[in-house]
Design a protein around this ligand. Structure first.
Ligand SMILES: Cc1cc2nc3c(=O)[nH]c(=O)nc-3n(C[C@H](O)[C@H](O)[C@H](O)COP(=O)(O)O)c2cc1C
Length: 149
């Protein structure tokens, strides 16, 4: 079975000194996740992380176990953890979106949503936003590649 999950956590990174840690997390994720069929997206807002993971249940749970123990963040708040019907980031080992004040507002809304129905709407909105970021990056990359050719 495939599952997807979304969580929000509080960053423990001291900025700007430890800002490079985010690049290290993205690089490690991009090299490890493909080995177990995990894809997803990560947002960093300078105060919080939001991460969406999808893939085979065992793989997602295994990576989430090590993420839980990672001292670079704390207060992990699981927003959802559910069976997956169709990937949202099929070609992204770990897409990275952020930091941006626009996304930061959405992450805060999600973390502070008062009711399950508001939370699930906020979760859906954040995932669409992550997708838009990823697609925008892809378009920008293609533009650069064609400019360089
Ligand atoms: C916010 C956050 C997201 C992370 N996402 C991933 C991920 O998607 N894949 C991954 O392999 N490691 C990820 N990591 C790193 C893991 O927590 C961990 O450092 C890495 O998997 C090595 O774990 P190990 O020492 O247990 O082998 C993330 C860390 C943080 C703080």
């Amino acid at each position: 079975m495939e599952i997807s999950l979304l969580y929000v956590s509080r960053s423990t990174l001291r900025l700007p000194d430890e800002a490079g840690a985010v690049d290290a997390i993205v690089a490690a994720s991009q090299s490890r996740n493909p080995q177990t069929g995990v894809t997803g997206a990560l947002v960093f807002t300078e105060k919080q992380f939001a991460q969406y993971l999808e893939g085979p249940e065992e793989s997602v749970r295994a990576v989430m176990d090590s993420i839980r123990c990672d001292p670079r963040h704390s207060d992990i708040q699981m927003i959802f953890d559910k069976p997956l019907h169709g990937r949202r980031f099929p070609t992204w080992a770990m897409a990275y979106a952020g930091p941006s004040t626009f996304v930061a507002g959405h992450v805060l809304t999600l973390a502070e949503a008062a009711t399950p129905s508001r939370q699930s709407k906020a979760a859906e909105r954040l995932i669409s936003l992550m997708r838009q970021f990823v697609e925008a990056q892809l378009i920008e990359q293609r533009r650069k590649d064609s400019g360089a050719a």
